[in-house]
Design a protein around this ligand. Structure first.
Ligand code: UT7
Length: 335
């Protein structure tokens, strides 16, 4: 038996900073509302033509590979989590394989939106635990800015999301007391449409609709979120899935050194912090700078926490996410 261990981390965000005041120039919103309700002060938007979900993922991956000390050709498998792929198909996993210039290793695309990175490392962890692979590249990357409704109609969603990418190398760890101890995944499709982008799809809003209809009042091409309903579910599921992970490993909340929650809303993170009795320095938040970057939010936050020396050898690190699907999950890691 093996465990997997995170041996390298990296992130990349575009240079283009978009402040709350910038948004208030294009829609009816204001800095006070956004800060109070979400904690967000600014986010990054790509410059169109300069970056894509894949290119940002590749930039983050290169840093993670270098820090892990492996050669890129030692990567056995790629897992790419995103809700904003460059193409409808193929997914960005194969584009990373091409752009990194590595051999014909498998490349898996993971959906699962805000939980995508936790799902991704769970998949990678199983492959490593089974002995099938030794080094797996897991990426979470998103471009939201090109798909948001930037009119007042879309303000409940568009002020929240930002662009960016994070990546991790998971490598085989022979000491099973170290590394990823367990992962816990859940879904509840009953609420699929409460946080969703309905079109284009092959279900209700076909791709040909885009070409044929061009209806300016059709909102199905923009992300929709029933904010309060999602919020209420998020606080419950975050708590449950963290408790589940701790219980599985006979641990208590007092054993946690660092919680890295998906950056959905600062108020959600603060609620969870209070619920588990954690100090400010035991929860890493950066939603203030980047907004909600869905699948990228945990690897960006984890990389920053690690860079700042807040995640150290021997620490108990908990990752937790909740989002569209609904899907949610946690990872319990002995660093
Ligand atoms: O990452 C995936 C998981 N996502 C989450 O967990 C997000 C969960 N939900 C939330 O974080 C919050 O529900 C939001 C931040 C999205 C919204 O905050 P809220 O406190 O639930 O506000 P609300 O949607 O109830 O809207 C309150 C008011 C409304 O006006 P009325 O109807 O009271 O007149 C909105 O129209 O705020 C208005 N509003 C805005 N005003 C200024 C909505 N968006 C904006 C805006 N600027 N950007």
């Amino acid at each position: 038996m093996y465990n997997s261990k995170i041996t390298g981390l990296g992130y990349y965000v575009p240079d283009n900073v978009v402040t709350n005041d910038d948004l208030s120039k294009v829609m009816d919103t204001n800095d006070e509302w956004i800060r109070e309700r979400t904690g967000i002060e600014e986010r990054r938007h790509i410059i169109k033509g300069e970056d894509t979900t894949t290119s940002m993922g590749v930039k983050a991956a290169k840093i993670a590979i270098e820090r892990s000390g492996i050669d890129k050709n030692d990567i056995d498998f790629i897992v790419f989590a995103t809700l904003s792929p460059d193409y409808y198909f193929p997914g960005p996993g194969v584009l990373v394989q091409r752009d990194l210039g590595i051999g014909t290793v498998g490349a898996l695309d993971v959906r699962n939106q805000c939980s995508g990175f936790v799902y991704g490392i769970s998949v990678a962890d199983q492959y490593i635990k089974s002995g099938m692979y030794k080094n797996i590249l897991v990426i979470g990357s998103e471009v939201h800015s090109t798909g948001l409704d930037m009119s007042t109609r879309g303000r409940g969603v568009s002020v929240i999301f930002g662009d960016g990418a994070g990546a991790a190398i998971l490598s085989r760890e022979e000491d099973t007391a170290k590394g990823i101890l367990s992962t816990h995944l859940h879904s509840e499709g009953q609420h699929a449409e409460e946080l969703a982008l309905i079109a284009p799809g092959m279900g209700k809003r076909w791709v040909t609709d885009i070409i044929d209809e061009k209806d300016p009042n059709d909102e199905s091409y923009f992300p929709y979120m029933n904010g309060q309903f999602v919020f209420k579910n998020a606080v419950v599921r975050f708590s449950e899935v963290i408790k589940e992970g701790l219980a599985k490993n006979n641990l208590e909340a007092t054993d946690i050194n660092m919680l890295v929650p998906h950056q959905a809303n600062l108020r959600i993170a603060q609620f969870i912090q209070k619920k588990f009795g954690l100090e400010d320095e035991q929860v890493y938040n950066n939603i203030m700078k980047y907004g909600n970057t869905t699948a990228a939010s945990i690897p960006i936050a984890l990389t920053e926490a690690w860079e700042q020396g807040k995640v150290k050898e021997g620490d108990l690190v908990v990752l937790a996410a909740f989002g569209s699907g609904f899907t949610w999950g946690s990872a319990i890691i002995k660093w």
